[in-house]
Design a protein around this ligand. Structure first.
Ligand SMILES: Nc1nc2c(ncn2[C@@H]2O[C@H](COP(=O)(O)OP(=O)(O)OP(=O)(O)O)[C@@H](O)[C@H]2O)c(=O)[nH]1
Ligand SMILES: C[S@@+](CC[C@H](N)C(=O)[O-])C[C@H]1O[C@@H](n2cnc3c(N)ncnc32)[C@H](O)[C@@H]1O
Ligand code: SF4
Ligand code: SF4
Length: 325
């Protein structure tokens, strides 16, 4: 078992396979970064897999591939198959913007992928284009339908933003309800890479919108997930991810690995330690030692603070496109 310095069990590894993306979401990467990590600095899938084996052997039971946009990385299905063959019962999932899913979904499923979390912020083409920086909606909707058709389990992530897509919370809920998929509304997390003019919706405001049409009751948290779940009157479930509360940090079970081999103990902070040197040498013990050190130093909680008029809001300098969210 992997236990961190605060006694929490870590069994969830999120791997960002690329920081590149085909979208420019306002809350994540409104402009192309000044420079990408050069291709030669990326770890190969064989090198990443060496660490995956260390993590699985240590006690990781859930792996999520993310990015940037993970479907931009060539041969992703081969990496999925390597992990799935090594541990067939692993909870193996992917977070994607779905743009490339229409042609990729079947391959991902065949390779052993089990679940997909898909970002869908609007059902209006012009609003989706405003958020993502290009016309994406038709392709994203096609991607969702294809994923369902091939039998992948799907969840939807929506980030409600004031004055942009805040009027669509009920529509996205209806869209998901009709397809029997769960939506999680994510509070916008302030960070230095986002468009600084954005205003996120507070979890309380999101719930108020849902209550305009539904009666809801709280179900609670699902294990160590940051999502707090609710049910509508007919049993339809949805979730709220609210990082401005720190209660889910108490049971944090995750670490993050970037495409260049930085092992990140917490989504909020800049700290990281590299496994690149070890995995490039095939040094399993070296990689395990870096993992042990990162677990030891894992922060207790993030610093996104509750709305407090007397306090300036904390802003993370971590890029979501680098950590994979
Ligand atoms: N504050 C905080 N937010 C997180 C963390 N992990 C995920 N989130 C938020 O939740 C969003 C959705 O995460 P996903 O990539 O869908 O993964 P997940 O929520 O672990 O997915 P499930 O395995 O389906 O529960 C992320 O983009 C973040 O906004 C975390 O460790 N801390
Ligand atoms: C960084 S993206 C990577 C995977 C893929 N490109 C996607 O968009 O699903 C992962 C998740 O992070 C979320 N995200 C990005 N920036 C965020 C922010 N500032 N606040 C809250 N969630 C954010 C996105 O909505 C998405 O669900
Ligand atoms: S949220 Fe995902 S799709 Fe949007 S810019 Fe970031 S990495 Fe790309
Ligand atoms: S903010 Fe940091 S400590 Fe809290 S759940 Fe996320 S990774 Fe864990």
């Amino acid at each position: 078992m992997l236990i961190d310095g605060h006694g929490r069990t870590v069994n969830y590894l999120r791997i960002s396979v690329t920081e590149r993306c085909n979208f420019r979401c306002q809350y994540c990467m409104p402009e192309k970064p000044f420079s990408w990590v050069p291709k030669e600095n990326l770890l190969t899938f064989e090198e990443l897999f060496l660490f995956v084996k260390v993590a699985i052997d240590g006690g990781v039971t859930k792996i999520r591939l993310t990015g940037g946009e993970p479907l931009l990385r060539e041969d992703l299905d081969k990496f999925i198959k390597m992990i799935s063959d090594y541990k067939p019962d692993i909870d193996l999932a992917l977070t994607t913007n779905a743009y490339l899913l229409p042609e990729a979904a079947q391959r991902l499923k065949d390779a052993g992928l089990k679940r997909l979390n898909i970002s869908l912020d609007s059902l209006k083409a012009d609003v989706a284009a405003k958020i993502a920086g290009k016309d994406v909606l038709p392709q994203v909707l096609k991607g969702i339908e294809k994923a369902l058709e091939v039998g992948l389990k799907v969840k939807i992530n929506m980030v409600p933003l004031k004055g942009i897509n805040d009027g669509e919370i009920l529509d996205i809920l209806e869209y998901c309800k009709a397809r029997n998929i769960k939506v999680r509304f994510i509070e916008y997390m302030e960070n230095r890479h986002a468009d600084q003019a954005l205003k996120g919706m507070h979890g309380r405001e999101i719930l108020e919108k849902v209550k305009e049409r539904h009666t809801i009751h709280a179900l609670g948290r699902e294990g160590a997930s940051p999502s707090f779940n609710y049910a509508l009157e007919d049993g339809t479930e949805f979730g709220l991810i609210d990082p401005h509360k720190h209660d889910f940090c108490e049971s944090c079970n995750r670490i993050r690995l970037t495409a260049e081999g930085n092992l990140i103990p917490c989504l909020y902070f800049d700290e990281a330690m590299s496994i690149a040197e070890s995995v490039k040498k095939g040094d399993i013990h070296g990689a395990a030692n870096v993992l042990a050190q990162v677990l030891k130093d894992k922060p207790k909680e993030n610093r996104w603070s509750e709305e407090n008029p007397n306090e300036e809001k904390e802003i993370s300098s971590r890029a979501f496109y680098e950590t994979g969210g």
